[in-house]
Design a protein. Structure first.
Length: 370
């Protein structure tokens, strides 16, 4: 990110033209002292001088002020990473104040607005106050609405639409979600197979393989978002619940999801444990919580998105994502949220006196403090 730096621009442009401060002052109808103050940052040119200065140097007013209304992807990525770390170590209100200043400054940079909205959603639970959390989600929703209504980029508007619906759901407005998404599912038309075929036809086999790997990986991640939600709906249908869990765990094993993407695996264990408590199977619930704890306190850190021996062409695609290989929350925040998901979960209150559960709590809390 660059701040407005008109002083240095004037210095540079004056020197490029090979003129003195006296000559520039004479052209602008001001004193040499005024030009000197402009160039040292002691004062700024009057706003009425900006068009004349820009015309003299043959640049735009934005160039004259060194104003950058857009941020590069790498700048956004680094900013998100820093702010995510700040949320984990500084007062929430202090970090939000900086977020508001950045949003105001780059209000027309839609990639940034999407990421700032995501940042707010991913850290919405930190205030520990339901009203503040709701206000934060509503603020994120307003950013997504702006992107959806103002951006000309179809990819951005599609992301913004989904994220706006996510905010509505978090705010308890299910009707708004149905209206926004029109209550229907369009047939999936993944471009990966078409792109892979086109690459193969032109002899670019490696590109075809890479495209298909990305498609397989993305659909696996999507599938693991569906599994917990469907299991939760099947708690009263024990056979279906058990079969869904069996199939989900088989997928975990088949694609080594514990190592490839542990963040999506934990949802299976947690949902299974909650389901078993609801069904009265406390022993099975504890078994799932033990699996959960072994994973989240294991050697999965530092957390990042990555390929493996099977997905050996995935890393370059991951690097090109908006956040790169970084996860949307700082590791400290993730460790704490993984502990809270069990320790602060009222579903598991019935296990509070169980010594096995107490050991689980101790391990999770210890992991959160690392």
């Amino acid at each position: 990110m660059k701040e407005i730096n008109i002083a240095q621009v004037i210095v540079n442009k004056r020197r490029e033209k090979g003129i003195t401060q006296d000559e520039l002052a004479s052209y602008m109808g001001v004193s040499k002292a005024s030009v000197s103050k402009w160039e040292t940052g002691q004062s700024y040119p009057d706003v009425t001088f900006l068009p004349q200065l820009a015309a003299y140097f043959n640049i735009s007013i934005d160039e004259l002020m060194d104003y950058k209304p857009q941020m590069r992807k790498e700048d956004i990525r680094q900013l998100y990473k820093r702010l995510s770390a700040d949320f984990a170590s500084k007062p929430v209100d202090e970090v939000l104040e900086e977020c508001h200043l950045i949003i105001k400054k780059y209000y027309s940079c839609f990639p940034l607005l999407l990421q700032m909205g995501l940042l707010m959603i991913n850290h919405g639970g930190l205030p520990k106050d339901s009203q503040k959390t709701a206000a934060l989600i509503a603020e994120a929703k307003a950013l997504f609405i702006r992107v959806r209504e103002e951006s000309d980029d179809v990819s951005f508007t599609r992301q913004a639409l989904y994220l706006e619906a996510l905010c509505n759901l978090a705010l308890g407005d299910s009707q708004a979600v149905l209206e926004l998404l029109e209550g229907k599912i369009e047939p999936a038309m993944p471009p990966e197979s078409l792109l892979a075929s086109a690459y193969q036809m032109t002899g670019r086999v490696n590109e075809a393989k890479s495209i298909l790997q990305v498609g397989i990986f993305q659909n696996i991640v999507v599938l693991f978002n569906f599994f917990p939600a469907y299991m939760a709906l099947c708690i009263d249908e024990r056979e279906k619940f058990e079969e869904m869990l069996r199939r989900a765990l088989a997928m975990v094993e088949a694609f080594d999801i514990k190592r490839l993407h542990p963040a999506v695996t934990v949802g299976i264990y947690l949902t299974a444990a909650q389901g078993y408590v609801a069904q009265g199977h406390q022993d099975k619930a504890l078994a799932m919580l033990q699996e959960y704890t072994a994973l989240v306190t294991g050697d999965i850190y530092p957390l990042s998105l990555h390929g493996d021996a099977f997905f050996d062409q995935l890393d370059s695609w991951l690097e090109d994502l908006d956040l790169g290989t970084n996860l949307p929350r700082d590791e400290k925040t993730i460790r704490q949220s993984m502990a809270d998901a069990v320790v602060q979960n009222p579903t598991f209150a019935v296990l509070a006196e169980d010594k096995g559960f107490q050991r689980i709590v101790d391990k999770l809390q210890g992991n959160a403090l690392r």
